[in-house]
Design a protein around this ligand. Structure first.
Ligand SMILES: CC(=O)SCCNC(=O)CCNC(=O)[C@H](O)C(C)(C)COP(=O)(O)OP(=O)(O)OC[C@H]1O[C@@H](n2cnc3c(N)ncnc32)[C@H](O)[C@@H]1OP(=O)(O)O
Ligand SMILES: CC(C)C(=O)C(=O)O
Ligand SMILES: [Mg+2]
Length: 514
């Protein structure tokens, strides 16, 4: 049986931009709009033309640039708003004016300060005016989920008669509950005599974390347009996320009676573009586009995925634009993933006993370190580690002083070949001072290539984990150090790298390098 089409209306550039701090320039909006067009989004709401000259120019630039998606501008019900929207959309291949007015008692009384009859009049006049300027007019009952049913029936019937071809029922404040909201949509569609002349649409906010659930429930109850944003960006807690809606409908095609014509492989690149332009990072556990959405760290899951991917994956990472899924090695990992990764690195173990031994060492390391990278594994598998008795430099203690107005200073005490030695130095910061003091004692001549700090756990009391990469005469080593004091962790990492250089580990085992 053929399925209905679900129209994907993206409002990243309008409602998404209403997130405090997410303002975009005209050129940034055009770049995102081009990506949305490439993705095959049906309607792109590019802005609110009357809001500012900049927003007007953005809608106009998107209308100029985009040819395969409908470009839309928001407008209140006043003629000036609608004229401005039409003007901005003049060059659009397919342009839509989206006009709206609030229909809930609370908004009509306290915000608009209008009587309901007056609201109906304004809505009808706005739609008629817009229809004189463009063929495609959408009308939204703002705050529909808190509006009275009979009043919505009345206003919607009249705006459809006036020429609106899309009727949007926003859950403006994210108050809806999936069952109730879906039912509202089907009740209205069944009761309004001319409902068949319009596409019913939903626009859900995420104040209770229900935006996607509410939208999908509405789809099950007859809505055929969903308004959404990339990464769920939007006013307050955001809007329904485009990637979640698209992938829910695709993945549960057995349930949803609709299909979408979006190229889902463009989802991750578009998500990254929106995140980099707005400066809003994507949380790692965000569905579809979060860094962990297709990553597995637990041994039981990794074992399952290695045996048959679908044991723990309901979508393919490649289908939404990732290169591949990821098996992350950490303290929850098991032998199956450990062994598979070693094999990918060209390291094979002779027998189960060798695997068990290596795995025990791996778990010991994983207890100290967030994530085990390939370099860690290679180092772990190198049978030449500097023997404890061969370690040349050992940390004894340090005092670092950092005071506003004074140059940072570090006094350090190390054991060099088991003989305690001390040095003091100033630096650009306390870490720089500590490294300089260390160099006064060791005089290594090594070049510092990388210095990175990670918190092992969250909180100000967490262990800091430092990685230091040193180069000397073409040999590169990674040293690691951990401590709750970040300066101490830094010196430990520096000494670890120096000891590796001293032990000549790389000469015997080049895989310890990068
Ligand atoms: C649910 C939503 O997301 S709605 C879209 C929200 N987005 C935005 O507001 C972003 C862009 N907005 C703006 O730049 C400005 O608010 C403007 C340019 C639209 C209006 O600015 P101002 O004229 O200074 O008005 P202000 O923002 O202070 O107040 C809004 C006015 O619009 C009225 N209004 C609100 N919605 C509507 C509507 N749908 N139709 C007609 N009038 C409306 C309000 O009652 C208020 O009128 P009042 O000044 O007579 O009391
Ligand atoms: C303007 C409308 C569609 C809106 O953004 C809302 O009600 O949330
Ligand atoms: Mg909104």
């Amino acid at each position: 049986m053929s399925k209905d089409r679900l129209i994907i209306f993206d409002t990243t550039l309008r409602d998404g931009e209403q997130s405090p701090g997410a303002s975009m320039t005209r050129d940034e909006k055009v770049r995102i709009a081009k990506m949305l067009e490439k993705m095959g989004v049906d309607v792109i709401e590019a802005g609110f033309a009357i809001a500012s000259v900049g927003d007007f120019e953005s809608v106009r630039a998107v209308a100029d640039a985009v040819k395969n998606s409908t470009v839309c501008s928001l407008a209140r019900t006043g003629a000036e708003d609608i004229d401005r929207a039409a003007e901005a959309l003049r060059s659009a291949e397919s342009g839509r004016i989206h006009t709206f007015i609030a229909t809930s008692p609370i908004h009509m009384e306290y915000k608009l300060r209008m009587a309901p009859d007056n609201v109906v009049e304004r809505a009808v006049a706005a739609v008629k005016h817009a229809r004189n300027l463009v063929a495609d007019v959408e009308f939204s009952c703002e705050d529909a989920s808190r509006s009275e049913y009979d009043f919505m029936c009345r206003i919607i019937e009249q705006v459809i008669d006036a020429g609106a071809r899309t009727i949007n029922l926003p859950d403006t404040v994210g108050y809806g509950e999936p069952g109730e909201y879906g039912e509202m949509v089907s009740r209205l569609m069944n009761a309004i005599p001319n409902a068949d002349k319009a596409v019913f649409s939903v626009h859900c906010h995420n104040d209770l974390g229900l935006a996607v659930a509410n939208s999908l429930s509405a789809v099950m109850h007859g809505a055929r347009q969903v308004e959404c944003t990339i990464n769920g960006l939007g006013e307050r807690a955001g809007n329904a996320s485009l990637e979640e809606l698209v992938m829910a409908v695709r993945t549960r095609a057995d349930i949803f009676p609709v299909e979408v014509s979006v190229d889902a492989t463009q989802i991750v690149p578009t998500s990254r573009l929106v995140s980099s332009i707005t400066g809003f990072p994507v949380q790692p556990n965000k569905a579809i586009v979060g860094a962990n959405a297709f990553a597995h760290e637990s041994g039981i899951h990794q074992d399952g995925v290695l045996k048959y991917r679908e044991t723990y994956e309901i979508m393919r990472a490649e289908d939404v634009g990732w290169n591949a899924n990821k098996l992350v090695l950490g303290k929850h990992s098991g032998r199956a993933a450990f062994k598979a990764r070693l094999e990918e690195l060209g390291i094979s173990l002779d027998n189960q006993a060798a695997l068990n031994l290596a795995f025990t060492r791996f778990k010991e390391l994983a207890d100290k370190k967030h994530e085990i990278f390939d370099e860690d594994l290679q180092a772990l598998m190198s049978d030449v580690q500097p023997e404890e008795s061969d370690v040349k430099y050992r940390f004894i203690g340090l005092e670092a002083v950092s005071k506003t107005g004074l140059k940072p200073r570090a006094d350090i005490e190390l054991a060099v070949d088991n003989t305690p030695q001390q040095a003091s130095a100033e630096g650009d910061g306390p870490v720089d001072a500590a490294f300089k003091a260390t160099e006064m004692l060791v005089n290594s001549g090594a070049n510092l290539l990388l210095y990175s700090v990670n918190a092992i756990t969250s909180g100000t009391d967490s262990q800091g984990e430092v990685q230091v990469r040193l180069e000397k005469d073409g040999t590169i080593v990674n040293g690691n150090g951990a401590d709750t004091d970040i300066i101490i962790a830094s010196v430990k990492a520096y000494l670890d790298a120096l000891n590796l250089l001293e032990a000549g580990v790389l000469k015997a085992h080049p895989q310890r390098g990068i």
